[in-house]
Design a protein around this ligand. Structure first.
Ligand code: EZ4
Ligand code: CO
Length: 404
């Protein structure tokens, strides 16, 4: 039996902030887990350092399920993004260790491959329809089979999700208080149909198209949008409404056949239990890092499978390569895989987190290294100290605070 002898938390900023937990066992095996919570990085770092790491010393490294229950069921305060991100980091590090000790990739431990590669989608953004078309072309040329399309809204100064034609889009911005953006549902609903229609016209119906609304609409507005976009046959419409009130999705569902994907801000089964049970969504956007790790997310996806809901794991740049490696292990092993988001990290981030996964022809391939196949180069990481950065906040034209 192998025991944990060291647990430490690393914070680094190779272009954006990442928090990583590293565990070391008595036989020298190490494991890593992503603990990055965009804009709240130091809350998780402190939670792990002060409240979790000391409890891990001396624990049996192989007892993954028991450790999960120790940190979740055993604690009085449950759930929430900070807690569940910290638990995820421990869980992933323990899966990484178990894989290395067994000499197998983690997807083998999870039941083995269900597919030969993980289909991913990229982010094509532009201010104008012309810029969007060019960005989609870039992804098509790279071999992508699915592309998320976001465009500027005429009449608004800036729009979330819109970079300027770069592969490395980063929504968080430096500073101690967030920048403020203006949102207009009316202007958005007037322009988005033309954007997605333009992409369909140019690229035909084989390419899978996705679009993210980022929680900006009311249920009936989302229903209108779903209908409006039906001719363009989206693979999914993401986060059309804030989903704390899960029954909101009934309204959307009653009116449109556009598939719905939700969940990147969820952190436990209790955020999506009704969505699954009533079949109110088609794809679940949760992530390993914000949902209690491989152990919890795998359980949720097994439940989802009963209700014909498939995975669409979050994979934005604020999820580190450590999270991506863990997501790929699950993507390979669950029967109800749908699609994996893949926003490319900068070369600096890739160097700090050397990894085995590779991109080819629209797929990510996890490789066959034992464990998660990813590591943290602590020496290199030390060259990039933490820098405060935040997502913007959003107001309506009359100044009312709106949902981000
Ligand atoms: O805003 O990851 O679908 N992807 C997204 C992302 C999220 C960020 C939040 O941390 O919506 O860009
Ligand atoms: Co999103």
């Amino acid at each position: 039996m192998s025991r944990v002898v060291e647990a430490h938390v690393n914070v680094t900023c190779p272009g954006r902030n990442f928090v990583t937990l590293k565990l070391v066992c008595d036989d020298g095996t190490t494991g890593v887990g992503d603990a990055t919570l965009n804009g709240r990085e130091l809350a998780v770092e402190a939670y792990l350092r002060e409240h979790v790491c000391p409890m891990l010393i001396g624990r049996e490294a192989g007892a993954i399920e028991d450790t999960w229950r120790y940190l979740y069921n055993g604690a009085y305060w449950r759930r929430g993004p900070v807690t569940m991100t910290a638990i995820a980091a421990v869980d992933c590090a323990l899966w990484d260790i178990k894989g290395k000790q067994a000499g197998m990739p983690v997807y083998e431990l999870l039941g083995g491959r269900c597919r030969t590669g993980v289909t991913v989608y990229g982010h094509a953004n532009g201010e104008t329809v012309g810029e969007v078309l060019d960005a989609v072309q870039t992804y098509v040329d790279l071999g992508y089979k699915a592309v998320r399309v976001q465009a500027g809204i005429p009449g608004l100064e800036s729009t979330y999700g819109v970079s300027r034609g770069k592969l490395f889009y980063e929504p968080a911005e430096g500073g101690l208080a967030p920048r403020e953006e203006t949102w207009s549902t009316r202007l958005y609903l007037r322009s988005i149909g033309e954007v997605l229609g333009g992409v369909r016209e140019r690229f035909g119906h084989e390419l899978e198209l996705l679009h993210d609304v980022h929680h900006r609409l009311s249920p009936i507005e989302a229903a209108q949008l779903g209908r409006l976009l039906e001719p363009h046959q989206l693979f999914w419409l993401e986060d059309p409404v804030p989903a704390e009130l899960q029954s909101n999705l009934r309204v959307v569902r009653q009116h449109t056949t556009t598939p719905i994907a939700i969940g990147e801000v969820f952190n436990s089964i209790w955020d999506c239990e009704q969505l699954l049970r009533e079949q109110l969504i088609d794809y679940l956007r949760m992530s390993v890092v914000h949902s209690g790790g491989i152990t919890h997310l795998r359980r949720i996806l097994h439940l989802a499978e009963l209700y014909r809901v498939r995975s669409g794991f979050h994979g934005a740049t604020d999820l580190s390569p450590v999270c991506m490696a863990a997501a790929l292990a699950l993507d390979m092993a669950i029967p109800n895989f749908g699609l994996q988001e893949y926003m490319r990290h900068t070369p600096e981030t890739d160097a700090v987190f050397p990894h085995a996964y590779t991109f080819a022809d629209g797929y990510l391939l996890p490789g066959d290294q034992p464990g998660l196949g990813v590591d943290l180069d602590e020496e290199l990481a030390a060259q990039y100290p933490y820098q405060p950065a935040l997502l913007p906040v959003t107001r309506l034209p009359d100044g009312t605070m709106h949902d981000w």
